[in-house]
Unconditional design. Sequence first.
Length: 216
Amino acid sequence: MLEPSDRRERKKQRTRELIQEAALDLFAASGYHETTIKAIADAADVAPRTVTLHFPAKEDLLFGEDPFAPASLAARVNSRAPGESTFDALRDWMVTTMKRVGDGASEESQRFWRQRALRSRLIANDDALRGRARASYLQAEQVLAAGIGSDLGLPATALVPRLAALAAVAGLRELYETDEAQSVGPTPRADGLIPLVDRVINFVRAGIDALRDDHP
């Protein structure tokens, strides 16, 4: 039997999910800037204060609670095993995270992937939101640059680690926008996205190898 505190936490989490889902639907239909907190509250059937209690800033409705957050990536890269490259750790983190959020079979998983696709399109089409997203991209780039630099015996600020990190983050970000990504549908399975992740990582590895060939 669930303890009262467990029930409260489950109810709280479900309320957050309903609010965020309603917000993303409204953002997609009416525009991010045009959507009010009251409209979100009405759509989620909660009070406006409940919305701001869970999401103090409107941007939090787009950027909060991301399982692909830089902190999660940093934890995986920083704990890689001896001999494990940063790219191997990156791939494992992507695969593990995708499988954890679900393969599109459950209702919860379908909701997650649908919201992620909406979120990606909203950010891509809004200059201000892209600027806000850039902060989290920068953190991920710094994590990867440090790891790649360590693998290559270079400082994180050297050109090759920085270029590789930029290319990797940009490539993974584009997974939701490319024709190949669109072909796997709005609720993709992990095994549909993993080949695209591999393509990004292989592209960046090839770039590093090419630079090595030019400067043996």
